[in-house]
Design a protein around this ligand. Structure first.
Ligand SMILES: Cc1cc2nc3c(=O)[nH]c(=O)nc-3n(C[C@H](O)[C@H](O)[C@H](O)COP(=O)(O)OP(=O)(O)OC[C@H]3O[C@@H](n4cnc5c(N)ncnc54)[C@H](O)[C@@H]3O)c2cc1C
Length: 290
């Protein structure tokens, strides 16, 4: 197996275009275990961590740019980022352990295509966009359109994600990500729930996004729960509708981490709790995003 460490986006796309079977990597916290298990044998491994755009984190006028290979630890350690996007920051902070988070990236978490990837529901509720580079140029795609099935993405063989664009959180808006794992450390989610809520001046919900992870082959939006919230004050009746809609939206598997019935029930409970947490954060965010 060959190893390449390009120092620019152009050099990397050139390596990918010239190889029969190439695989990019950032932290390699998914790639190395998969190669060791014999699941992948690329001809050439392309290390993205030598490209400066992929390690950049910057807070710009209208949005944040987060390099796709940036260690997720940066997102929990940057207090400006974590106070603006507490849910996304907490999702990044749930990946593995401190050691894993010093390597793991948002690009890898997304493109590994695991249904249980923690950062993905939190990115999708925040409308995050992926800037994709490839042989035929660059394109910007919503994160929700990258993963097409377990281990599968919509990226072409010569494409990779350069960075993520995250619009500033509007006023009166808050996000949350909650997950359940069967033990206290280092396990993957039985259910993960990302929520973002915007409140109007009267305290009613004016926008809501609810996305479940680990309960179907790809993430699941819950439009019935979003519709139940919008235009209303959050109360027990609305929360019961949110909970029932989240449980009904699941299409989970039975495995050692939980039965189908258990996952559905947990999805309902976590959706309700995540809505309350996101709304509490929205109520506290009076000012401008920056
Ligand atoms: C002990 C342990 C615990 C873990 N715990 C969790 C957990 O709690 N939650 C969780 O969600 N995950 C967990 N993981 C999985 C893993 O750490 C995460 O998915 C991590 O975010 C992957 O990032 P990475 O940079 O290491 O990806 P890599 O291993 O480098 O790459 C993963 C995949 O993404 C592709 N890829 C990487 N970067 C790009 C890019 N820029 N553009 C296109 N494709 C790209 C690679 O080709 C590969 O297919 C755990 C892993 C381990 C080993």
């Amino acid at each position: 197996m060959k190893y390449a460490s390009p120092s620019s986006v152009e050099e990397a796309t050139g390596v990918l275009a010239g190889a029969l079977s190439a695989q990019v990597f950032a932290g390699a916290t998914d790639v190395v275990p998969q190669i060791r298990a014999g699941r992948k044998q690329p001809e050439i491994l392309v290390d993205l961590k030598g490209i400066k755009e992929l390690l950049n984190v910057s807070n710009e006028a209208t949005h944040w740019r987060v390099g796709a290979a940036t260690p997720t630890a940066r997102l929990t350690q940057d207090s400006d980022f974590s106070s603006e996007f507490p849910g996304l920051s907490e999702a990044a902070g749930l990946i593995g352990s401190d050691q894993i988070q010093n390597r793991s990236s948002l690009g890898g978490n997304l493109c590994n295509g695991s249904p249980a990837a923690d950062s993905v529901p939190a990115m999708v509720v925040n409308g995050v966009r992926a800037v994709v580079a490839g042989g035929s140029g660059s394109r910007t795609v919503p994160v929700s359109e990258i993963v097409t099935g377990p281990g599968k993405t919509s990226l072409a063989d010569d494409e990779f994600i350069v960075e993520f664009e995250i619009d500033h959180m509007p006023a009166h808006t808050g996000d949350a990500y909650l997950r359940l794992i069967p033990r206290t450390e280092m396990d993957i989610a039985v259910v993960g729930v990302g929520v973002r809520v915007t409140l109007n001046n009267g305290g009613q919900v004016s926008a809501a996004d609810i996305v479940l992870g680990a309960v179907a082959p790809t993430i699941v939006r819950v439009p019935e729960a979003e519709a139940a919230l919008v235009g209303n004050q959050i109360n027990d009746e609305i929360l019961a509708t949110v909970s029932a809609a989240a449980s009904a939206a699941c299409n989970p598997i039975d495995d050692k981490r939980g039965t189908i019935a258990y996952r559905k029930q947990v999805a309902g409970v976590l959706a309700k709790r995540a809505v309350l947490l996101a709304a509490e954060r929205a109520a506290e965010r009076n000012g401008d995003a920056k």
